[in-house]
Write a protein that binds this ligand. Structure first.
Ligand code: ADE
Length: 244
């Protein structure tokens, strides 16, 4: 897939895009990332990209002309144009999967107080990576591209690893252990070294359900549970209530 990032700071991406799944996806030709700098679409001697907000107030706003020209320079039929801002829909795993299936994703990074409101009419989506305010959309673009890159075929060592991720399966992930079998007085659960794959699978599923119930119970709303999984969760809940 092709991704284009509209940013005033293309250098920002040098480190993150040269590591891990994003580097692999780019090296394999699965992912092509390009950068467009709105400053290259200015016409004045100072290459001005921002201005004071009408009505007053602190902070600067990205001017519409350079940003719209940057978007128009790369928009093509089928492009998905995404504006990154704290006001957007919350980024999530299904969105990463949806974006990974688009042929041409354009991420527009805001800066300062944000972008001129009229830019919003030029984008297909507005996306936030969380309820906090970043200095600009660049860190959010890194998050989104990395989440997409690891979904592209061949980017992650074990394909299975992606399909069992937290959120890909709708609930949080199970705990994992590696060697040594005993660490600071804490042993690896016996079932994981039993060699009994069915029991390991059941234990992992139960632990994932338990952690989800404890930390993100709302994720269980759409989860289909077997009778024995339901009983397991009730027992765990009972233990928690009784043990305080
Ligand atoms: N730009 C500033 N804060 C942001 C956020 N939380 N998500 C996406 N883009 C942003």
């Amino acid at each position: 897939m092709q991704a284009a990032i509209i940013t005033l700071f293309p250098d920002y991406f040098r480190g993150p895009f040269d590591c891990g799944p994003t580097r692999v996806a780019r090296a394999d030709g699965q992912l092509d990332v390009s950068f467009v700098n709105p400053r290259d679409f200015t016409a004045d001697a100072h290459r001005t990209v921002d201005d004071y907000p009408f009505g007053g107030g602190a902070g600067m706003v990205l001017k519409p002309e350079p940003l719209s020209a940057a978007i128009e320079s790369i928009r093509r039929p089928g492009s998905m144009i995404v504006l990154l801002s704290p006001q957007g829909d919350r980024f999530c795993q299904p969105m990463a999967e949806e974006f990974s299936r688009t042929g041409h994703l354009v991420l527009v990074c805001g800066r300062y107080k944000g972008v001129d409101e009229r830019i919003r009419t030029m984008v297909d989506r507005e996306v936030s990576v969380g309820d906090y305010v970043l200095a600009g959309g660049e860190a959010a673009a890194v998050v989104i591209v990395e989440a997409i890159a690891r979904l592209l075929p061949g980017a992650v060592g074990h394909e299975d690893s992606v399909s069992t991720d937290s959120f890909s399966v709708g609930i949080l992930d199970t705990p994992y252990y590696t060697r040594p079998r005993e660490f600071r007085g804490s042993a690896v659960p016996e079932v994981l070294v039993s060699g009994d794959h069915a029991s390991v699978g059941r234990w992992r599923r139960e632990q994932a359900l338990k952690i989800t119930a404890q930390r993100r119970p709302e994720l269980l709303r759409d989860e289909v549970l077997t009778e024995s999984e339901r009983e397991f969760l009730c027992r765990e809940l009972e233990k928690e209530v009784l043990n305080g």
